[in-house]
Design a binder for this molecule. Sequence first.
Ligand SMILES: [Zn+2]
Length: 326
Amino acid sequence: MARAKLYGGIDLGGTKVEAAVVAAPAKVLGSARHPTPTKGGPPAVAETMTQAMREACAQAGVEPEALGGVGVGSPGIIDPQTGAVSSARNLSDWSGSFPLGTTLGQSLGTVVRVGNDVQVATDGEFEHGAGKPFHSVLGVFWGTGVGGGIVLSGKPWFGRGGAGEIGHVVVRIDGRRCPCGRRGCMEAYAGRAAMEARARRRLDEGEKTDLFKLMEKRGRTRMTSGIWQRALENGDKLAQEIIDEAIVALGAGVASVVNVLDVEAVILGGGLGVRFGQPYAERIAAAMHPHLFNDANPPAVLVAALGDLGGAIGASLLVRRGSSLR
Ligand SMILES: [Zn+2]
């Protein structure tokens, strides 16, 4: 009997690239992580992704060429047929279109399929993680932005290709400016990029906070989930205020989507979601409650169970099932 096929998965995020070699059903045999390059545009990002995948392969003892394929979860607008990615606005210099699938296919010597990052991560949780007991779930990925993924009656819901943009549910008419340019979106209050920008404005206005000192101390250029967590542990008032506001916004935005879809469970993932864990999932559930129309029967709110590698494991499903999500 031939050795069971191994598959690759790469999660391309705003701050990091995670690569994993996965054996069915969801066993990770090797993994690697690199910061997402902030210079050099899409070619530099593709090179980092290749490097991470090669390292994961070395750890798993397999050549990239021998993989059954590599699935990629990417932000931006994706052409599932060609693997081209455009308008990945959380990545630097990625406003135009770049042939990510083709480029990685050449550098890794295997089949590469590209899907939406949040949808593949939701799919991973649905198949192998916290979503396993359910038929319909909403994935909420709380990180640099706030992304959403939808599985209804066992099938991913793509809409016309743009479904799941939960970060841009309006939680306040004429509210704060969102990184997308519109006003009052949930992401303007709960996305890490928007939260960092807000912290910076308040610092410039003379407010006391340790957030930036922590960033400096850790040699970071971005306010990572770990920095937010440490500031909260230290009782940083500004960090507390900004996070409290994010939770209120998440409560309103997620509840509004649940009112429409009536899913059985909300799976909370993303850098901040996974880092803060179940106590924050419960805070978000409590913040949702006043907005739930069917408040006698609220959905379960659970933390993503596949951890940091959930996006990469979910991405590997793109090639394992031979389907192309989005
Ligand atoms: Zn927006």
